[in-house]
Design a protein around this ligand. Structure first.
Ligand code: B4P
Length: 191
């Protein structure tokens, strides 16, 4: 199994690049953002609770997202590998992921971390908000709250993987194709 984490702040291109990477490498895409938005669309109790939190730009509780990832791993026993997008976002999530993968006798090969300036992040998310219908993209205050949440709780997750020498920094500004080529080059060295 070959498992990757695509890491970076909100709007750094994780969702955008994930679509291209799963098509190229045949990995199973696990995006906690997408899983939460499906729950919201289906108006489940979990989705209704999550929406209130996401609309404030905050992180959904660890036990909720860890439970979703655990179920998704179990539901895909024959995957040749997973691409984690938007997960883990806290140290507790990172530790839980390691344990879940250990149970499946596998681990994370690398964390690819997209580096993008704050002004570019805000610009991209405001632009997506014009068409996406995502309530967390339409308001600059909420977008900045998401970036603050990232700086306070998520950025440090990279240090966890740095201890195992698994972090690869990739420039996340420029054309989508050039960034994809840079990510692919890093994956090709490790797969
Ligand atoms: P996510 O769904 O993970 O979304 P995101 O961080 O907003 O965006 P992403 O990084 O994937 O977007 P992309 O750059 O591709 O999270 C949403 C919310 O869910 C969180 O705030 C949180 O509340 C909750 N949540 C999710 N996971 C959680 C977890 N593990 N724990 C707790 N809570 C969790 O796209 C941005 C825009 O940029 C797009 O419009 C795209 O077209 C554009 N773009 C991409 N690349 C570009 C480029 N190179 N140049 C110009 N524009 C580009």
């Amino acid at each position: 199994m070959f498992n990757l984490i695509l890491f970076g702040p909100p709007g750094s291109g994780k969702g955008t690049q994930s679509e291209k990477l799963i098509a190229k490498y045949g990995l199973k895409h696990l995006s906690t953002g997408d899983l939460l938005r499906s729950e919201i669309a289906a108006q489940t109790p979990l989705g209704l609770e999550a929406k209130k939190i996401m609309d404030k730009g905050q992180l959904v509780p660890d036990e909720v997202v860890i439970g979703m990832i655990s179920s998704a791993l179990d539901a895909n026993p024959n995957a040749k590998g997973f691409l984690f997008d938007g997960f883990p976002r806290t140290s507790a999530q990172a530790e839980a992921l390691d344990k879940l993968l250990e149970l499946k006798k596998t681990s994370i090969a690398a964390m690819l971390a997209l580096n993008v300036s704050e002004e570019e992040l805000v610009k991209r998310l405001m632009k997506r908000g014009e068409t996406s219908g995502r309530s967390d993209d339409t308001n600059e205050t909420v977008i900045r709250a998401r970036i603050t949440e990232y700086r306070n709780k998520t950025e440090m997750v990279a240090d966890y993987y740095r201890n195992f020498d698994k972090v690869v920094m990739v420039k996340g500004e420029g054309s989508i194709d050039d960034i994809f080529k840079a990510l692919s080059a890093e994956i090709d060295q490790r797969i």
